[in-house]
Design a binder for this molecule. Structure first.
Ligand SMILES: *Cc1c(COP(=O)(O)O)cnc(C)c1O
Length: 359
């Protein structure tokens, strides 16, 4: 028997989410962000269903970009951090990729490189997040250095926002920092907005938005109800089955470190999903899964390959019963919150050993 865990990828939800994003950012073109193997969903699973409604794809590594080209993608592909070594330039030109320039060493490598045709360049502006990018007061100088270089076709401007919550004022500050130094910046194509800015800060959309997490149906804030109103749907359902049932009596414990001790007679289920699958070990008490349409509490510690759940109120539950760890009913944002993290991390940490199945 195959181990029963799998991640179901709901391609209708994916297409639905992209349509919603397109409607919200109707004036902008869309970079669909496929880094980290499409946030754990698998680039190959996601790409065919979003190709038509995306204007380009943003990835982190050259391998991801080449995989897309080899899958037949002929739309723009953006390397979000450009190159990590100037040796990559050969393949960047060969596969006609768009690159981000965020550091002086990249700039120097680019202008010295001998290519036979030019590619598109995104200049990354550090507008206040203080992670990647050139200071705002240097952007004009950099544009002047590269604008007549034979390796460079179109120059665009890019920045990343540090805070995109519904009521954040920081986006405005970051945009103002850019405006202060680049008076005619609207002369260039601009890509500033990530998911949070797409949903809640229309003035920040500009020419190209970059959509990641909401494409996959989790919240940029980590709070599900923030995106529920927008009709965004979870794309991934992590599900497994009960592989054993135990009866425990008052005073008996469950699992490692005796973390849970029962106060009464209780039926418990053992589910084939553990931290080696990417289920977070750090969840707090009162985290739930779904069995026969009923929320069942997780009891005790998460093991490498198993978790234990309370079946006291679910008499129907038996060996083979299906269990939803996260998905349409148990929101990944809620599991993440219980583990002190965000849906992004859970998606990206889903282990290779969990088969992804298209629905
Ligand atoms: C990951 C990433 C995004 C997408 O962010 P979401 O919050 O998932 O929409 C956009 N821009 C850059 C530079 C990124 O690295």
């Amino acid at each position: 028997m195959v181990r029963p865990i799998s991640a179901i990828i709901n391609t209708n939800a994916l297409k639905n989410n992209l349509k919603i994003i397109k409607n919200i950012a109707f004036k902008s073109k869309i970079w669909s962000v496929l880094k980290s193997d499409a946030y754990g969903h698998g680039i190959k699973n996601i790409y065919p269903f979003i190709n038509d409604n995306s204007d380009g794809f943003a990835v982190l590594t050259l391998d991801e970009a080449i995989l897309l080209r080899n899958s037949g993608c002929n739309k723009p592909i953006l390397l979000l951090e450009g190159f990590f070594n100037k040796k990559e330039l050969y393949l960047i030109y060969k596969y006609y990729l768009t690159i981000t320039l965020h550091s002086k060493w990249q700039l120097n490598a680019l202008i010295k490189y001998k290519s036979r045709y030019p590619i598109n360049i995104y200049i990354k502006i550090n507008s206040g997040m203080n992670r990647l990018g050139f200071p705002t007061n240097k952007i004009f100088k950099i544009i002047n250095i590269i604008k007549n270089n034979l390796n460079v076709f179109k120059i665009s401007l890019m920045t990343h926002f540090a805070e995109t919550t519904i009521n954040s004022n920081f986006i405005k500050k970051q945009i103002n920092n850019i405006k202060k130094y680049i008076n005619n910046y609207y002369y260039f194509s601009c890509s500033f907005a990530n998911s949070g800015a797409i949903l809640w800060h229309k003035y920040a959309h500009y020419d190209w938005v970059r959509t990641g997490i909401i494409l996959y149906g989790a919240s940029p804030t980590g709070i599900w109800k923030d995106i529920d109103k927008k009709k965004i749907k979870p794309v991934m359902t992590l599900k497994s089955k009960i592989i054993s049932i135990q009866k425990i009596y008052p005073g008996q414990i469950v699992g490692y470190n005796c973390r849970y001790s029962s106060n009464k007679k209780r039926k418990i289920g053992i589910v084939a999903c553990g931290y080696a699958d990417g289920y977070p070990k750090s969840i707090k008490n009162k985290t739930f899964v779904l069995v026969h349409g009923v929320k069942a509490r997780i009891l005790g510690d998460i093991s490498m390959d198993m978790i234990t759940i309370d079946l006291l109120n679910i008499p129907k539950a038996k060996i083979g019963s299906s269990v939803e760890l996260w998905g349409d009913n148990i929101k990944i944002d809620d599991v993440a919150k219980s583990a002190n993290t965000i849906g992004y991390e859970l998606m990206c940490s889903l282990s290779k050993r969990v088969p992804r199945i298209l629905k």
